[in-house]
Design a protein around this ligand. Sequence first.
Ligand SMILES: Cc1cc2nc3c(=O)[nH]c(=O)nc-3n(C[C@H](O)[C@H](O)[C@H](O)COP(=O)(O)OP(=O)(O)OC[C@H]3O[C@@H](n4cnc5c(N)ncnc54)[C@H](O)[C@@H]3O)c2cc1C
Length: 379
Amino acid sequence: MDFELDEIELMVQRTARQFAEKDLVHRADQADDNKDFCRESIELLRRNGYLGMIIPEEYGGEGMTGFHYVIAKEQIARACLSTGAIFGAHNLAIYCIKLMGTEAQKQRYLPLLASGERIGAFALTEANTGSDVASIAASAVRTDGHYEINAAKQFITNGGVASLVVVFAKTDRAAGHRGISAFIVDKHEHGFTVAKEENKMGIRGTSTGQLVFENCRVPVENRLGQEGDGFKLSMMVLDRARPSVGAQALGVAQAAFEAAVRYSQERVVFGKPLSEQQATRFALADMATQIDAARLLVYRAAKLASAGKGRFSKESAMAKLFSSEVAHWVVDRALQIHGGYGYMKEYTIERLYRDQRILEIYEGTSEIQRLVISGSLLK
Ligand SMILES: Cc1cc2nc3c(=O)[nH]c(=O)nc-3n(C[C@H](O)[C@H](O)[C@H](O)COP(=O)(O)OP(=O)(O)OC[C@H]3O[C@@H](n4cnc5c(N)ncnc54)[C@H](O)[C@@H]3O)c2cc1C
């Protein structure tokens, strides 16, 4: 497969890079102790037309593809992984509506998500279950044209700022994963509460909330797909979104690599720059090679997901697995090249080391990616 970018893709890449370098990179280090950081990131994404990037033009969006989204997200994450994660969570909700929304749901909600009047989130995980989706306890009981949702959702990105949440709950407890359904819950209309905002190791410029839905009445028209389609929808969305987590990994790995190159050229040891020491040169060569290999896997999966034909769960899982582990390894190597300074908060590499760790956890841990890949191989 050829990964030379065409004219439009190059334009998307260039525009995102300019936006990231002008508006994001200088503020990324403030993500750790600025409570308003998340809202400011959303405003920057909105002003630059990114909130509706993958929403078709007829619903008020930019009409770009999933591949364009991946290219842009890589550049955004290179500057600020928190902003990349906020962008990602908003798009999880958009993917749900694009994939299973009725025409009426699309007309009603996609323009609101494109304009930023609603900020999206995707609420699957609960305190007692993350990887094992079929075990969620959330319930949705149908009564007189409504569902009454009772759920406590854990670790939801954008939780504290989201106004449109796609919530997964059981409509048939006896049916295992086939008993899960998905619902659009609009905070302005149906209400839910943010019980807690987490204090995290990294991506501290994001809001990660525990969302509580208590007897939350949602009209039947807000169900996505049929009753029982929720598990299938969540997997369809994750298959499409995992390459974009790969894009976050590429961005953070690239930023760490560039910091390591710069530092190695400035720092003098044993009478010459670190970059003149063969061990450092080899480390930089290995880092660049790993990032390129990851980029090929991510772009392949993103192209497949963008085309949306056939099955691409395996390629999507491979891209997420490999790129997130590469990001971990590259950032660790880059920190080592910084020596003691890399351990200090004044150096960006310290934040990147904490930020990247989430990539092997959310949207399916590395173990879950290995289950998906091996399941596909051994079928
Ligand atoms: C910052 C942050 C943001 C998040 N954002 C969202 C969000 O927006 N929406 C959302 O729904 N969720 C979100 N999550 C939740 C995330 O997706 C889950 O944490 C993740 O899927 C793992 O679930 P868990 O934490 O329950 O771990 P568990 O499922 O309890 O797993 C614990 C460990 O066991 C391993 N494991 C599990 N099953 C197996 C197995 N069969 N074989 C081998 N090993 C296994 C796991 O890989 C992991 O290492 C977020 C989490 C964090 C930390």
